[in-house]
Design a protein around this ligand. Structure first.
Ligand SMILES: Nc1ncnc2c1ncn2[C@@H]1O[C@H](COP(=O)(O)OP(=O)(O)O)[C@@H](O)[C@H]1O
Ligand SMILES: [Mg+2]
Length: 354
């Protein structure tokens, strides 16, 4: 009978060198993702470093790793995933934001389509994967994020040290609303909005933030332009409802980002459909699939569809993002899917050298 010797590290590494990262199309050994191989008492411990903790392909990579090691006859393989998120490099004339690796803009040309809802839930979804996440409410004249996170308006009005982020549901949130009592009308002119955005980005003390999500006001606004000038934005997400009129507006947002040199990660269709809780029947209230078609026409990716869910509105009014309060709902899954897509897009862009 042939005796088999336990495989050594070289053999294991050789096997792992046949596993490809499904998105980067290179093997995980030459990508430097295998950070540790330890063999003790027949147990192999692998330490694999991903480019994002929100990696949607984690399970696929683990299955592939197990499949190539299986023929080596190792009694037990333990796979431990870590992540190191790399930063977006600033373009010429831009200043990196201290303490922040990647900025993600959430935009649309129309109000009320769910930008803030998508920004808030995507932020919580990313934080749930273990990423360090910040959220800037850049809707200077109509800040909604404090309400959505159950943070009282004006909570930092008395402070002399300036705005700082407050952590809620694992997300570091900051809003001009922290300085103003609820309902205070704000009349700001363009240059003031630009300087407010600059301060939210550069004057707030950020620490080790992997993803900083910026909830923009509707339109091709001063805030969007200031953001693109003031910071290296990794990319943007355009939110739309399925109606044509909203899509026309979304297309304007896409061309604005293209002009500003900010990559467009893709389109999210919000209020895409409704599942009746009593019958389970699906209703396409605004006509579904419009955003997907538009994304296709514009040559950008479709990142996902979020259904209409009464819990979303209720939660938003009561300071409970749905991803936190109803983690198993259809919409929470949609937000997680979108967050994973965006994190993966950032990883791929970085591997291509920004
Ligand atoms: N998928 C959804 N299902 C139910 N209500 C939603 C959904 N998306 C957004 N809403 C609600 O619609 C309103 C507008 O959303 P909001 O995120 O504030 O839009 P925007 O930031 O684009 O102006 C809010 O009351 C929000 O709770
Ligand atoms: Mg909003």
């Amino acid at each position: 009978m042939a005796t088999t010797t336990a495989p050594g590290k070289d053999e294991i590494m050789a096997a792992l060198a046949t596993v490809k990262d499904p998105e980067l199309h290179k093997d995980i050994v030459s990508l430097g993702m295998v950070k540790g191989v330890e063999i003790a008492d027949g147990v192999v411990d692998l330490d694999i470093e991903l480019t994002t903790p929100a990696c949607p392909l984690k399970d696929e990579i683990e299955n592939d790793v197990r499949a190539v090691l299986e023929p080596l006859g190792i009694p037990e393989v333990r796979v431990d995933f870590g992540a190191r998120v790399r930063p977006t490099n600033p373009a010429e004339g831009q200043k990196a934001i201290e303490g922040v690796s990647n900025v993600i803009a959430v935009a649309s040309n129309k109000g009320g389509v769910g930008k803030s809802t998508v920004a808030a839930n995507m932020a919580v979804a990313l934080a749930q994967t273990g990423a360090r996440v910040g959220l800037i409410d850049a809707d200077i004249t109509g800040p909604n994020i404090p309400t959505m996170f159950g943070l009282s308006a004006g909570l930092q009005a008395q402070e002399t040290t300036g705005l700082r982020a407050v952590e809620r549901y694992g997300v570091h949130v900051v809003s001009i609303g922290f300085l103003l009592p609820r309902g205070t009308p704000v009349v700001w002119r363009g240059p003031m909005i630009g300087s407010a955005v600059r301060q939210l980005l550069h004057d707030v003390p950020w620490e080790n933030i992997d993803y900083l999500i910026v909830d923009l006001p509707p339109g091709t606004s001063d805030a969007s332009m200031s953001l693109a000038q003031e910071a290296p934005v990794a990319g943007s997400i355009i939110v739309s409802t399925p109606q044509a009129v909203s899509l026309e507006d979304a297309m304007k947002a896409v061309s604005m980002f293209e002009k500003l040199g900010v990559p467009v990660f893709g389109m999210v269709e919000n209020m895409s459909y409704f599942i009746a809780p009593d019958t389970g029947n699906r209703y396409d209230i605004f006509g579904s699939g419009g955003a997907e078609q538009a994304a296709d026409d514009l040559g950008i990716d479709f990142l996902g569809a979020v259904p209409i869910e009464p819990n979303i509105r209720e939660g938003a009014d009561n300071g409970l993002p749905l991803v936190h309060s109803h983690p198993d709902s259809e919409s929470a899954k949609a937000f997680h899917h979108i967050a994973g897509q965006v994190a993966a897009r950032i990883s791929v862009l970085q591997r291509m050298g920004n």
